[in-house]
Design a protein around this ligand. Structure first.
Ligand SMILES: Cc1cc2nc3c(=O)[nH]c(=O)nc-3n(C[C@H](O)[C@H](O)[C@H](O)COP(=O)(O)OP(=O)(O)OC[C@H]3O[C@@H](n4cnc5c(N)ncnc54)[C@H](O)[C@@H]3O)c2cc1C
Ligand SMILES: NC(=O)c1ccc[n+]([C@@H]2O[C@H](COP(=O)([O-])OP(=O)(O)OC[C@H]3O[C@@H](n4cnc5c(N)ncnc54)[C@H](OP(=O)(O)O)[C@@H]3O)[C@@H](O)[C@H]2O)c1
Length: 274
């Protein structure tokens, strides 16, 4: 019997990876947050704001997949993701170690509620996010359709500490020089980052800053009304529940792809927090 040449673990993984996409770049933002870009399947069509299932091959030889919002806009030739690192998380304890040239699994079936079609036409759109919940809005903020549909776009992003805001901060900053949407962004995008456990220019929870009217006063905007304002929400379950109550207090109603109304919600993750 002829002896088989041993195959390295890496090569074996590459040969067997279904729906494989190649990692093109990785950036670590903090010890619990990173972003990465991968190749985009030619056939993949999605609406900015949607999510897909991505992952790695598990030790049992089956794909280990999790839902991830696509952080890049629908026109981009690559796909970007913004990820938590859960120390003992089945996927992210491994995913956080990916490097350029590695492969991940990407199931090309985008879905989600944070899409323009799920909202009735309005004047001002509010993107409300905590933590990695900014990912779908990283997509929507880079999509010209957002600025074509609305006179004003308000991005409220809240994290415990300043370092956790940096991904969103740099993204918003880069939009001003974007040849495609730079001018529209300068006129229309208002960015309102806040921290809750470290000092910064604006502080406090999104729910409190909306209920107290502080954000309207700071940005020089009238309070929300169902006639003019639309909202998209993405954060922990507790955040989503509390924000919904605030939006309803302004008279906004929850919509869906099948029945567009004034606001839509998506979970940034399942569970109560790490
Ligand atoms: C619709 C949807 C979209 C999502 N989009 C993203 C995304 O764009 N980026 C992203 O990092 N995650 C996202 N997630 C969460 C993601 O699916 C995984 O839960 C995450 O990658 C951790 O996987 P894991 O296997 O390491 O741990 P898991 O076993 O999946 O999670 C372990 C625990 O970690 C906590 N946790 C998980 N994800 C987060 C998070 N993002 N922020 C804070 N705590 C968390 C929860 O308490 C969870 O119970 C999304 C989830 C859903 C439902
Ligand atoms: N962020 C970190 O530095 C850090 C480090 C290690 C571990 N962890 C763990 O990771 C998990 C997730 O942490 P995270 O910081 O990503 O998410 P998080 O706990 O959901 O907090 C993110 C932001 O959302 C705010 N928030 C939370 N619940 C809210 C609600 N119901 N209404 C309005 N605002 C709300 C928080 O304000 P408050 O600060 O007021 O709660 C914080 O500014 C937690 O279990 C945490 O223990 C976090």
């Amino acid at each position: 019997m002829t002896e088989q040449k041993p195959v390295s673990d890496t090569n074996a993984a590459k040969v067997h990876l279904p729906d494989a996409q190649t990692v093109l770049s990785v950036k670590h933002w903090t010890d619990r947050l990173f972003s990465f870009r991968v190749s985009r399947p030619k056939s993949l069509r999605f609406r900015s704001g949607e999510f897909v299932m991505i992952g790695l091959m598990g030790e049992n030889g089956k794909p280990l997949l999790r839902a991830y919002s696509i952080a890049s806009p629908s026109w981009d030739e690559e796909l970007e993701f913004y990820s938590i690192k859960v120390p003992d998380g089945p996927l992210t304890s491994k995913l956080q170690h990916i490097g350029v040239g590695d492969e991940i699994i990407l199931r090309p079936k985008p879905v989600g509620t944070l899409v323009h079609d799920a909202l009735l036409p309005g004047k001002t759109i509010w993107f409300l996010a905590t933590g990695t919940g900014i990912a779908p809005f990283a997509s929507l903020m880079r999509d010209p359709e957002t600025y074509e549909k609305y006179d004003r776009v308000v991005m409220m992003h809240t994290c415990r500490e300043n370092a956790e805001l940096q991904y969103g901060r740099e993204l918003v900053e880069s939009l001003k020089d974007d040849p495609l949407i730079g001018e529209m962004v300068a006129d229309k995008l208002l960015y309102y980052p806040t921290t809750t456990r470290e000092a910064s220019a604006h502080m406090g929870r999104i729910t409190d800053n909306l209920s107290s009217g502080k954000v309207f006063a700071d940005l020089g905007l009238p309070p929300m009304t169902p006639e003019t304002d639309r909202a998209m929400v993405c954060g922990s379950l507790a955040f989503n529940v509390d924000v919904k109550a605030v939006l309803e207090s302004f008279g906004l109603r929850e919509g869906a792809n099948s029945e567009p109304k004034e606001y839509v919600v998506e979970k940034a993750f399942v569970g109560d927090g790490i």
